[in-house]
Design a protein around this ligand. Structure first.
Ligand SMILES: Nc1ncnc2c1ncn2[C@@H]1O[C@H](COP(=O)(O)OP(=O)(O)OP(=O)(O)O)[C@@H](O)[C@H]1O
Ligand SMILES: [Mg+2]
Length: 260
């Protein structure tokens, strides 16, 4: 797998049409068309998980890309309240109206199918995904909910909103950094060896890479969340960016705790 060059900023598009809700997704992502004629899976700021889930989506997808894991391209998408007002379904309308403004667009992979453990996956692909998920503490890659797609016969990783749990309750950095990972719950467990790829992949996750990835996140999603007051949370987008880099680089240094 070759890692593409990371952009300095995410592309920005404007939503033109709401096509349909993806109801298998707990956050009710929507399929939308945009003014660049692209079709996107849109993750909304107004979904129950809040903007932090979108921060995790960007940070983890861009780390994944940097270490050579396939994941759909991301963009920021402007959603006008007009699109919400036109929507007939009450639940979707409510979500669109509370999400008016900037949301996260994930490039739609047409014809992709859900991962099935009976399918053959190159061990190096499985190892990389296992390594990433242990590093970012992803609890959302189980046999029941794999959040892996097969597209053009390749493995693609999606749905990283449940990673980086430290940003829901800003606990001690060492507690997050050293917490073990439950590989037994992972759908790819046994199909690749994350320890074998650790040295190679960890070397790609420099503080510069992490800072660049955090720069892709809109300030508004990093600011203190008024709906979830937390006195320990960083007080501004700038301090939040530094905090994410510290938590993630401390976890990388503590790999002995989560790789064993
Ligand atoms: N980029 C994509 N291309 C094609 N299909 C996708 C894409 N992203 C998501 N899907 C489909 O939509 C479903 C829901 O998306 P996703 O898992 O990202 O949403 P979620 O609300 O975060 O889900 P969860 O319930 O796992 O938290 C996926 O299981 C997959 O079937
Ligand atoms: Mg999902």
């Amino acid at each position: 797998m070759t890692a593409p060059i990371r952009p300095d900023r995410l592309p920005s598009v404007t939503a033109t049409t709401y096509l349909l809700p993806l109801r298998e997704g707990g956050s009710l992502p929507g399929l939308m068309e945009a003014d660049d004629l692209g079709t996107y899976v849109v993750k909304f700021t107004g979904a129950g998980q809040g903007p932090r889930a979108l921060v995790a989506e960007i940070v983890v997808a861009e780390i994944a890309r940097a270490v050579g894991i396939r994941t759909p391209e991301l963009a920021l998408i402007e959603v006008s309240s007009e699109i919400g007002r036109r929507e007939a379904d009450d639940e979707v309308q409510q979500l669109l109206l509370t999400s008016a403004g900037t949301n996260l667009a994930v490039d739609f992979l047409p014809g992709a199918i859900g991962f099935d453990p009976a399918l053959v996956v190159p061990p190096e692909d499985a190892a990389a995904v296992l390594w990433l998920d242990a590093f970012v503490a992803n609890v959302d890659r189980s046999a029941r909910n794999t959040n892996l797609l097969l597209w053009h016969r390749d493995l693609w990783a999606i749905d990283h909103g449940a990673c980086l749990r430290f940003h829901h309750a800003w606990s001690d950095v060492d507690a997050f950094a050293g917490s073990p990972y439950r590989f037994d719950d992972h759908v790819l467990q046994g199909l690749g060896d994350p320890r074998a790829v650790h040295e190679e992949l960890a070397a790609l996750v420099t503080d510069d890479l992490l800072a660049g990835v955090l720069d892709l996140v809109p300030d508004a999603w990093l600011a203190p969340d008024p709906d979830r007051p937390d006195p320990r949370a960083p007080g501004s987008a700038a301090t939040a960016r530094d905090a994410y880099v510290s938590y993630l680089s401390a976890r990388l240094d503590a790999a002995g705790s989560w790789l064993s």
